[in-house]
Ligand binder design. Structure first.
Ligand code: LLP
Length: 416
């Protein structure tokens, strides 16, 4: 479900024509719908109302301040993975008591800043990290709360690079070690270890892997409690899949129907970390056709956006639907939609049937709101594109296009 629809033959975001925005801001650009974004958050909030969870938006999926602020205003907390994300979360007005911090490699500077900020929980990913947090908290004269991120070693049917719940991956702590840490927790005088965290992967469309992992964790918590260990928080991570092509993902309500009954009985305070579910279908990437060429073997539609702007097709072979912004009756043609970058991996689609396009036509790469702009780079000295948000019949630039000066900042020609 999203608010990008054709009205009178033109793709609109809510009540604004995408072509009108392109005229004003140029191409390429990212475009987000406030309504889609907030509706998705509210869907989760409603489905899980019985548990009254802390819904921490995974800002790694989209870190724009206006995006975060829109969610914070509805009561969202934030799942962060770096000091930069913490800084942005605070700038957007997030309540530190709703901020959770995961990352397998938290630095001393990051830990100290998070302690100073008074975040809710560190989601700890190894024993040495726990010892480090304890050392820093002790030095600062503070006591912090932590959840141990367990690696439940369950299969998650998703791309190899977004599968995190297996012991072959770097994430979390195995169950045996977790148990040992909980039993020896008096060693960590400045950390109250009162939570368990899991995140098994991303873009998981069915309920079964989540149910399997959550049942395993709840049984594990029962065991710990039987040993007299107090557990207050369970953070069930993110990972809910969305529609890119022909997926049939579970809805927030279907997800809740499966897991609320399991979690309800535990009396645990539940934390969730959805990213893609909230913002994935709330954004598109708009790009302009520069050239069309046919080499006798293939037809290439060359656009002004590139893999530096949206790397998902190249990195995960991800499918993103591509539609002309102005509806076309032209016959469909099979083509590769490619960017200007000097790499064969610089593509948005291979052998895709789209209506015949010509120079100057606008194309929309759909479902680009999550892991789009945040994964952009300046490869080939290309400025990052603007981000725009629509609310009703208004649009605003929520991040300016980078300038040449931005790209050159801090770079020097040195004399030896
Ligand atoms: N919590 C933790 C600890 C995570 O590592 C992630 C995502 C999330 C929550 C949010 O997961 P989501 O609800 O968005 O699935 N760049 C990849 C996705 C990487 C996901 C990283 N972790 C992509 O474009 O598909």
């Amino acid at each position: 479900m999203h608010d990008f629809e054709f009205k009178a033959g033109e793709l609109c975001c809510e009540d604004v024509k995408v072509s009108a925005i392109a005229k004003r801001v140029g191409t390429p650009f990212y475009l987000y719908s406030y309504k889609t974004l907030t509706d998705h958050f509210l869907k989760i909030q409603k489905a899980f109302a019985k548990l009254d969870p802390i819904i921490c938006f995974a800002m790694k999926s989209n870190g724009n301040l206006s995006v975060i602020k829109s969610l914070v205003d509805l009561g969202a907390g934030i799942d962060i993975v770096s000091i930069g994300e913490l800084g942005k979360a605070l700038m957007a007005g997030a309540d530190p008591k709703k901020i959770v911090f995961a990352s397998v490699g938290k630095t001393e500077e990051e830990i100290a800043f998070a302690i100073e900020t008074g975040i809710l929980l560190f989601n700890v990913e190894s024993e040495p990290e726990l010892a480090e947090i304890n050392r820093i908290a002790m030095k600062m004269g503070e006591k912090v709360q932590a959840a141990l991120r367990i690696n439940p070693d369950v299969p998650a049917p998703t791309h190899e690079y977004t599968n995190t719940g297996s012991l072959k991956k770097k994430f979390g702590i195995d169950l045996r070690t977790t148990r040992e840490i909980f039993k020896a927790q008096q060693k960590y005088s400045h950390v109250k270890i009162n939570g368990v965290h899991i995140h098994i992967g991303s873009q998981i469309t069915s309920g079964a892997p989540f149910v399997g992992a959550i049942k395993k964790v709840v049984a594990f918590i029962d065991e710990l409690r039987a040993d007299g260990i107090e557990i207050e928080y369970l953070d069930i991570g993110g990972g809910l899949g969305i529609i890119y092509k022909d997926e049939n993902p579970q809805t927030a309500q279907q997800y809740a129907d499966k897991i609320v009954p399991i979690l309800e009985k535990t009396g645990l305070k539940i934390i969730m970390e959805p990213g893609r579910f909230i913002v994935g279908n709330a954004g598109i990437f708009v790009t302009k056709v520069l050239y069309v060429k046919d080499n006798g073997v293939k037809k290439f539609v060359i656009v002004d956006g590139g893999m530096n702007d949206l790397i998902r097709p190249m990195l995960y072979d991800a499918y993103h639907e591509i539609v002309p912004v102005v509806q076309s009756k032209a016959a469909k043609q099979k083509c590769d939609v490619v960017g200007p970058i000097c790499e064969s991996g610089d593509f948005f689609a291979h052998d895709r049937l789209i209506p015949k396009v010509t120079k100057g036509d606008l194309l929309s790469v759909m479902s680009a709101g999550a892991y789009g702009y945040v994964m952009a780079s300046n490869y080939n000295v290309r400025p990052r594109v603007p981000e725009v948000m629509v609310k009703g019949n208004k649009f605003k630039i929520i991040k300016e296009r980078e300038t040449f000066k931005d790209l050159m900042r801090g770079e020097k020609i040195v004399k030896w």
